[in-house]
Write a protein of this length. Structure first.
Length: 192
């Protein structure tokens, strides 16, 4: 991922599992404009409600992002999905490409304050850390931190994060899909 990449985060909440949701997400994902690639993660400890987080990466010069929620189709008539556009973020630090499976899990920290980022970088129980800063004023959070972690290290990292974060949202996710869309395929699709 290049430094001039904008990452658009979209969160989803639904009662359906990954197989049904992934089909619906991929259908809607094809409508995204200007996107280079996308990654879908599922929250690990969702009980009766499943939470998903997608990341859509595109160039800084392509600032139009649209994620359209389609109407319920005959194929998925009963699927209720709450969609929330978390916003667009510039990349401050990229230690690992989000599309790789460098670690089993990702821990996302959603911050609404200006944190001391050095404290997060000094934590011991993660492999890589990507840091995103709000690119648009309308973004839901000031920063999003993406920690790449092995499953065994998740509890230790969560304990360390709870010490530093009393007002942040934290979620543990596992990647469940990655798609790539080149600019040339977008141009071909637009021409059809």
């Amino acid at each position: 991922m290049k430094a001039d990449t904008i990452v658009q985060f979209v969160s989803f909440e639904t009662t359906v599992g990954i197989d049904e949701f992934r089909a619906q997400w991929e259908e809607s994902n094809n409508l995204v404009t200007g996107k280079l690639s996308g990654t879908l993660q599922q929250e690990v400890d969702g009980k009766s409600v499943f939470r998903y987080l997608s990341q859509h990466r595109f160039g800084e010069d392509d600032t139009r992002f649209t994620f359209k929620k389609e109407r319920r189709s005959a194929q998925y008539p009963g699927i209720e999905i709450r969609v929330r556009d978390v916003g667009g973020y510039s990349t401050l630090q990229v230690e690992c490409d989000p599309e790789t499976t460098a670690a089993d899990y990702k821990v996302f920290v959603f911050l609404n304050t200006d944190p001391e980022l050095k404290l997060y970088k000094e934590l011991l129980s993660y492999h890589y850390l990507n840091i995103y800063q709000a690119y648009y004023e309308s973004s839901a959070y000031t920063y999003i931190l993406e920690f790449f972690v092995d499953k065994e290290q998740v509890p230790l990292l969560m304990e360390q994060l709870k010490i530093h974060n009393r007002i942040s949202e934290i979620g543990v996710y596992k990647q469940c899909n990655a798609t790539k869309k080149s600019k040339s395929s977008l141009a071909k699709k637009a021409m059809i």
